[in-house]
Design a protein around this ligand. Structure first.
Ligand SMILES: [Fe+2]
Ligand SMILES: [Fe+2]
Length: 425
């Protein structure tokens, strides 16, 4: 029936929404670059599915005001929401990868089997894609869980108990399924719950050289940005270090999800995913030059400029920081793409060209959503420029905390990398 279909698709929408919010908010806490960047991609896939679900529910003439709350599926969605308060990274990975994602895959498969391909053709198209994406995501989580378990088996026993409890509660409400909702909240907060808070320091992949500032020119304006090979290397290092932007995107997506409308989540999911592609561009470029990751600086300063100030509004700082950097660097990009072309480095040229197109879109996201957020808070929307300027000050102040030892170590690391890259050409 048309109504039941809309009810179910609405349930799927809220499950997708909850899951992607949790995934986005955990990006800074997870160290391996592969997980960080793939989580951003999964967040974007989830947002695309959720958006298609939402549009389809409206098409089925479901009362639109009912898209504002979970209704009879509240108990189910509360279990999804609870995973954001996982006690640890292993607990989060296990409860999402081994419990929530399989429940969604199963629900979509049941839906596709039970529904009419002709009458409900538009749903079939995007849910079939969602099933394929879920299968890939489950296998991604599976490999991360396996790798984590083999490195630190003790951290995973607590995680297993957590995931088991999530699974039990999900079973008690009939999983995601395609049946009528079971109401009533089973037994209060999950044992071991740790209320989520935005990580102050982002976790970093141990394969890279850990630092705050990732290139000497950040702390010493007299250090040349460089040309030729040095510019190619500098640009790839910048791209890799956009890990901070993936983290900032994930945090703000989640932090403003209940304040701003659905389009915010939809835009910022794409934003976060785009930054993960820029980060991977840098990673793949550096690996193609066969540079040792242990020599490659992976910094934290931009993220920490937004999170370590006293009594600051961290989500607003992170949104402002993204907007500041989008608008600061964009003018250099077409020129750099042209230079890379002149060096015959088509890979760097291609990366910069795609990056430029993405960043143009991001600058418009930043301006639009900063203005909307300020308006909702009863502030002057035009003061978004002040937020941007404040972020510039935060970064400048943070850069001034560099120590002489840090600068010296950074220069040694950069020189070593430049010399190595020269030999490889
Ligand atoms: Fe970017
Ligand atoms: Fe961007």
């Amino acid at each position: 029936m048309r109504f039941d279909t809309a009810q179910l698709l609405k349930r799927f929408f809220f499950a997708e929404r909850s899951l992607l919010l949790s995934e986005a908010s955990w990006i800074p806490a997870i160290a391996p670059l592969e997980i960080k960047t793939n989580l951003a991609r999964y967040v974007w896939q989830g947002a695309e599915t959720a958006n298609a679900l939402r549009e389809r529910v409206f098409e089925l003439r479901f009362p639109s005001r009912m898209m504002e709350e979970e209704g009879d599926d509240r108990a189910l969605i509360a279990i999804f929401d609870a995973v954001q308060d996982s006690p640890s990274v292993p607990a989060f990975l296990l409860s999402v990868g081994a419990v929530l994602l399989p429940a969604m895959r199963d629900a979509y498969q049941s839906y596709l089997k039970a529904s009419d391909l002709i009458a409900d053709g538009p749903t079939h198209r995007f849910l079939s894609l969602a099933v394929a994406e879920r299968i890939e995501q489950i296998s991604g989580f599976g490999s991360w869980i396996e790798a984590g378990r083999s490195q630190k088996p003790e951290a995973w026993s607590e995680a297993a108990a957590w995931a088991e409890e999530v699974g039990k509660r999900l079973a008690a409400v009939g999983r995601v399924g395609v049946e009528s909702p079971v109401s009533g909240l089973p037994g209060g907060p999950l044992p071991g719950t740790r209320p989520y808070s935005i990580p102050v320091h982002p976790a970093r992949d141990r394969r890279f050289w850990p630092c705050r500032f990732y290139w000497p020119d950040i702390v010493d304006p007299s250090y040349p940005y460089g040309e030729g090979m040095q510019l190619q290397l500098r640009s790839a290092i910048s791209h890799l270090n956009e890990a901070w932007a993936v983290e900032a995107g994930g945090v703000i997506l989640s932090a403003f999800a209940d304040v701003l409308p659905w389009e915010w989540i939809y835009n910022s999911a794409r934003w976060t995913y785009d930054e993960s592609r820029h980060c991977r561009m840098g990673y793949e470029r550096l690996m193609a030059w066969k540079l040792d990751p242990g020599w490659i600086p992976l910094g934290t300063y931009i993220y920490e400029s937004a999170t370590t100030v006293d009594a600051g509004d961290i989500p607003l700082n992170l949104l402002g920081m993204l907007f500041f950097f989008e608008t600061k660097n964009i003018r250099h990009k077409p020129e750099r793409a042209r230079l890379f072309h002149s060096y015959g480095d088509s890979l760097s040229e291609h990366d910069m060209d795609f990056d430029w197109a993405d960043e143009t879109l991001h600058a418009s996201y930043g301006k639009r959503w900063l203005k909307e957020l300020l308006a909702i808070r009863g502030q002057d929307p035009a003061s978004y420029e002040e937020v941007r300027k404040n972020c510039e000050t935060l970064v400048t102040d943070y850069v001034h905390t560099v120590t002489p030892a840090e600068t010296a170590a950074l220069k040694t690391a950069a020189d070593r990398l430049i010399n190595k890259a020269k030999q490889l050409r």
